[in-house]
Design a protein around this ligand. Structure first.
Ligand code: AHG
Ligand code: MN
Ligand code: MN
Length: 312
């Protein structure tokens, strides 16, 4: 066993979260460790490529999207969890009486499988804060914790409560997660992450917002939101996926992409808006609802907002 001066995940979480939330976050971390192992051997085990099927959002499903989905569905089937909502499942899975709903993107950045970093995202919502059942009436304010993993070297797990963000690195020698970046606060913006190839599809208000938000910054865009968000957290910057002519409501999904990432960045001193309001205040009425996301450095997000709300 490697000697480590870094606190392990269970002890770091137990200081910050009630026991049921800590159990859920440890379930997510365990599933992330399993997925990391699969990703590390994917080309050797015939795990690359598509299944030939599409998911509920009409996106081609990669073999690893399905494998990742099974791993997280199994790991989060816990007594504390009433319901699971996955990007890869058409309907919410109703489990029982638990106090929390877990919403997750088992594999974020599918187009990068086998060529660059991918990740996983989790939002833990308190059921008492609003209705998931029988009808949706939810906002991101119901989040009590959020986390994401980036399967790079090192493999990093980021965990947030509403006022604190911690970073853990995976140690493959003893398969532990160790607290290497306690209390992350975003530094000043350096980088803007956006798919600039879509500029011709942006409405005028988005063009104004993007130009104001990215003024003076350098560009970095990976195609895996988690990787870009890790850069925003550690090095400072702003990530933008606005609406455009081909995705008029935005591309990213509220429950398991936008709100968890917004919650994490806010807890690290940043902000996350849809252009007009905090993403955490947007009413969510269906499992796979989409939205725009402008997230990271508070001033950059506000500059976007100022350009966005001007009348055309
Ligand atoms: P997913 O792989 O879960 O469908 O999410 C992909 C998302 C996000 O990770 C990334 O930032 C964005 O899609 C990339 O989309 P574009 O290729 O349109 O830029
Ligand atoms: Mn995703
Ligand atoms: Mn995904």
């Amino acid at each position: 066993m490697p000697e480590s001066n870094f606190p392990d995940l269970a002890s770091a979480l137990s200081d910050r979260f009630p026991a049921p939330v800590s159990a859920i976050l440890q379930g997510f971390a365990g599933a992330s460790a399993s997925l990391r192992d699969l990703l590390a051997v994917a080309p050797l085990r015939d795990l690359l490529g598509a299944t030939g099927e599409t998911n509920v959002q009409d996106e081609a499903t990669a073999k690893l999207d399905q494998r990742a989905n099974s791993i997280f569905m199994d790991a989060l089937r816990l007594p504390e969890v009433a319901r699971l909502i996955s990007e890869e499942e058409p309907e919410p899975a109703e489990l029982g009486e638990g106090a929390y709903t877990c919403c997750f993107d088992p594999l974020d950045g599918s187009s990068n499988i086998g060529v660059a970093s991918v990740g996983s995202i989790l939002g833990v919502y308190a059921n008492e804060s609003g209705g998931f059942y029988p009808e949706f009436n939810v906002t991101g304010r119901g989040l009590v914790a959020a986390a994401f993993t980036v399967y790079g070297l090192p493999t990093m797990l980021i965990v947030a409560s509403n006022d604190r963000v911690d970073g853990f690195a995976f140690d493959p020698e003893d398969r532990s997660w160790r607290l290497v970046s306690p209390g992350i606060r975003m530094p000043r913006a350096q980088y803007a992450s956006i798919n600039w190839m879509y500029r011709d599809r942006w409405p005028a208000r988005v063009v104004r917002g993007v130009d104001l938000a990215s003024d003076g910054l350098r560009g970095r865009y990976s195609g895996s939101m988690v990787e870009d968000i890790l850069r925003v957290l550690m090095s400072g910057g702003v990530f933008l996926y606005p609406e455009d002519a081909s995705v008029p409501a935005g591309k990213l999904r509220m429950l398991y992409e936008i709100c968890p990432i917004g919650f994490i960045l806010q807890a690290a001193g940043g902000d996350a808006m849809d252009g007009r309001q905090s993403v955490l205040d947007v009413p969510i009425t269906s499992a796979h609802q989409r939205g725009p996301l402008i997230a990271g450095d508070r001033e950059a997000v506000l500059r976007y907002h100022h350009g966005y709300v001007l009348e055309d």
